[in-house]
Ligand binder design. Structure first.
Ligand code: ZN
Length: 177
């Protein structure tokens, strides 16, 4: 809710993480504007490897953070990625110095720049900012579906369902259907 206060957005309205990025000292850079990337790297990142990354971030000498989002991912997914980066900053997570390649629960090999617990915390807090509990519960009681709620908050249905599960509204919703 405090994150929403920064952007002055009511709990029942969609939150646009792009409005929040500045408060977290984040600069979102267009992938097209990245310089010094070889044509091979560009083709790899946007081609075969496109599903393997959603965003990248680095800290500039002045302390601001530069974030590059995967331009191939849709707006809902991009928002969740940016929201997570914003939360890493607000939660004062310290990135690991080394990028470790690990297998996650979906079996994908990916680079991690934060500890796994910090990744989960940042995603969880970001999802809560995008879909606050009270509004989620009210919409469900009004009979709205996960899809309706996702469209309302302009996020993915998966993110809404994740919120329903972690807030224990899922069982109620499933029984109700
Ligand atoms: Zn992260």
């Amino acid at each position: 809710m405090a994150l929403r206060d920064f952007a002055r957005v009511r709990p029942d309205l969609p939150l646009n993480p792009f409005d929040l990025a500045g408060f977290a000292n984040l600069i979102v850079l267009d992938f097209d504007k990245v310089q010094g990337l070889s044509e091979t790297a560009r083709e790899h990142l946007l081609g075969p490897a496109s599903e393997a990354w959603s965003g990248g971030a680095c800290t500039l000498p002045n302390g601001m953070k530069l974030v590059i989002l995967n331009p191939n991912h849709g707006p809902a997914r991009t928002k969740a990625t940016l929201m997570e980066e914003i939360c890493h900053v607000f939660l004062a997570h310290q990135p690991n110095r080394l990028s470790v390649v690990t297998k996650d629960e979906r079996g994908k090999v990916m680079n991690r720049d934060y500890r796994k617990a910090d990744e989960e915390e940042a995603y969880g807090v970001g999802a809560a900012a995008l879909v606050p509990y009270a509004s989620l519960k009210r919409f469900l009681l009004q009979g709205k579906t996960g899809r309706d709620i996702a469209a309302h908050f302009r996020v993915s249905r998966e993110l809404v369902e994740y919120r329903m599960k972690v807030t224990h509204l899922w069982r109620e919703y499933k029984d109700f259907r």
